[in-house]
Design a protein around this ligand. Sequence first.
Ligand code: UDP
Length: 322
Amino acid sequence: MRYVVTGAAGFIGSHLCARLLADGHEVVGIDNLITGQQLNLDVLRARSSFQFVEQDICSPPAALVPVDGPVDVVFNFACPASPIDFEPKALDILNVCSAGVLNTLSLAREKGAVFVQASTSECYGDPEEHPQRETYWGHVNPIGPRSPYDEGKRFAEALVMAHHRSLGIQTRIGRIFNTYGPRMRLGDGRVLPNFIQQALEDTPLTVFGDGSQTRSFCYVDDLVDGFVRLSRCDEVTPINIGNDVEITIGQLAQEIIELTGSASRIEYRPLPQDDPKLRRPDITKARAVLDWEPKTDRTTGLKSTIEYFRTVLTTRHQCRPA
Ligand code: UDP
């Protein structure tokens, strides 16, 4: 089959491309490299069945490089996704969640392809229902610092559903919960790249708030497998894809210190505004519809992520001028 993946140089997008290529498919990857990394493309470019197009999917349709040939599935993974990007890249995020999604939906329509939207647990905001089921409408501050991403992704879901209902496009929506693994960006600001880098460099682990807020971390290979299954099912309404094992951020810091054997201590910093207090997916629907559940336990996933960052940091230190 032939796939288009937007956000191909991003953390999850690059893993998705790698999985599709390994399964024997052709992939056209698109990225404007605003947060994606060339490094992530290196592993893909070696494959003759991978083609990369550097472009912004928000460009006016007439300015977009056309995708030639047939396409079976369009995966839309393009969007800055780290909370540290929500304010400085607010307009880019709102643009990619509106014009970018619209252009990508048009591509799927033109090709008669299935369209798969990478949505997010941020649609639930700071949830008042726990764990979060797909039927929950969320608790989002529409004008807060997270709103470009939260509301952008909610608008994107509305766009996708409207295209399905009005134009009959075959659409799928996966709501991604916190995901981790190799190829996350160093200095990305998210909790795991931060904690792992801090632990490996023996500097204090920066826990925001008192560390009692929770998240549920899914290893990237599991998440990608969920999305591949999503593209092959016929469920149009959103499905949560995440790991339902929950941990406090304080406990996570302790685990990273233990797994790295670090001498780091913990340092408490102010909790960012509107930081969700609890987050855990209810994955009953994914189990039933996709016959999917995460397989990688946290210790295994964290060890491989730590090894990745260890290599990246070692290379970076070796490359520094003396
Ligand atoms: N966090 C933290 N220290 C950091 C980075 C993040 O304590 O150095 C916290 C953050 O406040 C949030 C959780 O870890 O409660 C997960 O943050 P992340 O940015 O990874 O993703 P989010 O789930 O907020 O989208």
